[in-house]
Design a protein around this ligand. Structure first.
Ligand SMILES: Cc1cc2nc3c(=O)[nH]c(=O)nc-3n(C[C@H](O)[C@H](O)[C@H](O)COP(=O)(O)OP(=O)(O)OC[C@H]3O[C@@H](n4cnc5c(N)ncnc54)[C@H](O)[C@@H]3O)c2cc1C
Length: 405
């Protein structure tokens, strides 16, 4: 039974980066919001996920006034290295498109956003259970849930924002005859490690060879993130530390100029690859943003950045919706308001560009199950066409660092 009721303008399901950034930016426009989240703050704070932020994502963090740690603790990367069969070619983002990316882990982004939201007295309920959302086809949608203390609660709002990640329950509220689920899976996954070692290289290295893909990334001076291509059903425990580092070194080239800095592995995960888009991203009084509406394979480093570009597209449309709402006579049943339809169209245009880049980069850089000498040499030809031409390099740099809105 619901014991506590809250009334706000916007109820937000999911306290990840998309949900918290939405809450903060709405508050800046005088629109009240409350957030619910199934995990604890500590759990999210210690989950390793994305690490590369596009310039517009960094600008949003700065403009949302969540503190400047992204600028002081983050690392600007003015380029990246693409490697094929041990041949390394650098893509100089700044020279090509005048933009950089920043290495700043997602869990730190989350920490900054959660700290800012709570410092400003924003309502958030961590570790909730039994979430339900009702009434998205009416003018009075509501979220009900059980809070961490076991009390039943409800949040009544004019609008619900579903930012509840890739397994979104909100998404399923859009009726099947309205919703198109575009989905593909890939025949490979990433084996990710965190290890205690100094950085192997100053910039990310995306490497491919006849045995598959590897990514050399960084976290800080003493902890590094690396990935290599594996089968989706790989058991991480079957790989010893030595076997993991030997394999990644082999992808980079055993006698090449990049020699791995090794150290104790403190985390091993297998990350399956999927591309998914929900169309539309709005229905009645519900909108979706971030992974709730779409997922990409991580090769193009687009997932977190897309979540933020959704929020950039969404917040002005929500403000428009509230302006119109206050001028209207309330009615019991609602059509999807035009500003929210417009949000869906704008966000999906960018999502499909990012889907294309993520899909293309994934196929360029990964060994395919049907790989043979022809397909490998064809991919090598594609790699040369991209990395030996200023136009090819510029395509990569423009897509990777993030298009303007
Ligand atoms: C291993 C890994 C590496 C990645 N690397 C990159 C990268 O390099 N670059 C990049 O840009 N992206 C990367 N991504 C993707 C990126 O992490 C996601 O795109 C990003 O987290 C999306 O943010 P979000 O807020 O939409 O979703 P999430 O961060 O998933 O947040 C959704 C939140 O909703 C909560 N939730 C779910 N259901 C409910 C419910 N019913 N009620 C309340 N709360 C709920 C969840 O607990 C979660 O905290 C990576 C992802 C993974 C897993």
């Amino acid at each position: 039974m619901t014991e506590h009721r809250t009334r706000v303008d916007v109820g937000i399901v999911g306290g990840g980066p998309a949900g918290l950034m939405t809450a903060l930016l709405l508050k800046r426009r005088g629109i009240s919001a409350a957030v619910i989240e199934t995990r604890t703050q500590e759990q999210i704070r210690h989950t390793q996920r994305a690490g590369i932020l596009e310039a517009p994502t960094v600008n949003m963090l700065v403009e949302a006034d969540v503190g400047s740690r992204v600028l002081t603790d983050g690392h600007e990367h003015e380029g990246t290295v693409l490697s094929f069969d041990g041949i390394q070619r650098r893509i100089d983002f700044q020279a090509l498109v005048g933009r950089s990316v920043w290495l700043y882990p997602q869990n730190e982004v989350f920490h900054d956003l959660a700290t800012a939201w709570q410092r400003e007295g924003g309502e958030i309920h961590w570790a909730v259970t039994e979430t339900t959302v009702e009434g998205i086809d009416t003018a009075a949608p509501q979220i009900t849930f059980t809070d961490a203390q076991g009390q039943g609660r409800s949040i009544e709002a004019d609008l619900i924002v579903g930012t509840d990640g890739s397994r979104s329950m909100c998404r399923k509220l859009i009726p099947e005859d309205v919703r198109t689920d575009h989905f593909i899976s890939y025949p490979f996954a990433w084996f990710g490690i965190l290890c205690e070692a100094p950085p192997t290289a100053p910039e990310l290295i995306y490497a491919n060879s006849e045995i598959g893909f590897a990514l050399i990334s960084q976290r800080n001076e003493s902890v590094q993130r690396m990935y290599f291509q594996c089968d989706p059903d790989t058991d991480p425990e079957e790989w010893t530390e030595e076997a993991i580092f030997d394999h990644i070194q082999q992808v980079l080239g055993v006698d090449g100029e990049v020699q791995l800095k090794r150290g104790p592995i403190i985390e091993k995960t297998v990350l399956p690859f999927r591309s998914y888009v929900c169309d539309p991203l709005s229905h009645g009084r519900l909108v979706l943003a971030g992974d709730a509406g779409h997922t990409v394979p991580p090769t193009g480093a687009k997932g977190l950045n897309l979540a933020f570009s959704d929020v950039r597209a969404l917040v002005p449309r929500v403000a428009e919706f509230f302006t119109e709402l206050r001028e209207q006579t309330p009615s019991a049943v609602v059509e999807t308001p035009e500003p929210l339809r417009q949000y869906s169209r704008t966000a999906l245009d960018r999502v499909w560009k990012a889907q294309n880049f993520s899909y293309w980069a994934t196929n360029l850089l990964h060994r395919q199950p049907e790989e043979n000498p022809f397909t490998h040499k064809r991919r090598r030809g594609e790699f040369d066409a991209i990395t030996q031409s200023v136009h090819g390099q510029a395509y990569f740099a423009d897509s990777y660092t993030g298009w303007s809105d």
